[in-house]
Design a protein around this ligand. Structure first.
Ligand SMILES: Nc1ncnc2c1ncn2[C@@H]1O[C@H](COP(=O)(O)OP(=O)(O)O)[C@@H](O)[C@H]1O
Ligand SMILES: [Mg+2]
Length: 150
């Protein structure tokens, strides 16, 4: 079963028909690149998958569950997060504090340290710099932080 399945997506901005029948799927562990000209609709597709936009037609399935009409914050709770182009790390907070912010709404507080270990394993640089102010990280390090937080 595909982890993420997008089927015949139709998205409008008012009268503008921005996405006309896009379908694709992503399997677990797979990396997929969405390529298109400026204004082709890449960001629109991502916003629709994560619930920031609601499609007029089509379907988004995540781990077998229909999330087409699920609100964005519930989709995050299901385990899917969008890391946008602008990294939006909290510049005045440390790396560690930024990562903790990513767990702000989690109820399983005891397991947060375990998740942090997973992030540090994936991005050892973040562990080395956990007390550094996020705004002073390099661009690539900030990208790691944004992904780790997500
Ligand atoms: N909020 C909006 N209102 C009206 N049109 C929008 C809005 N957001 C995006 N669009 C239009 O939808 C199309 C797709 O935009 P977008 O998904 O941002 O493209 P991409 O990320 O592929 O560059 C563009 O023509 C853009 O101008
Ligand atoms: Mg875009």
């Amino acid at each position: 079963m595909a982890m993420l399945k997008v089927k015949d997506l139709q998205v409008y901005y008012g009268m503008i028909h921005a996405i006309k029948g896009v379908s694709f799927h992503v399997n677990e562990g797979e990396i997929i690149a969405l390529i298109g000209a400026n204004g082709a609709g890449k960001t629109t597709i991502l916003h629709t998958i994560t619930g920031l936009l609601t499609p007029k037609g089509g379907q988004v399935m995540f781990e077998g569950k229909d999330i087409t009409k699920t609100p964005a914050h519930k989709i995050v709770e299901l385990g899917m997060a969008h890391v946008p182009e602008g990294r939006r790390v909290f510049a005045q907070l440390s790396v560690y504090q930024n990562l903790k912010m990513g767990a702000y709404t989690r109820s399983d507080k005891n397991e947060i340290e375990e998740s942090l270990e997973m992030v540090y394993k994936r991005f050892p640089r973040l562990e080395e710099r956990k007390n550094q102010m996020a705004g002073t990280l390099s661009g690539g390090e900030q990208q790691m932080l944004a992904m780790g937080r997500a």
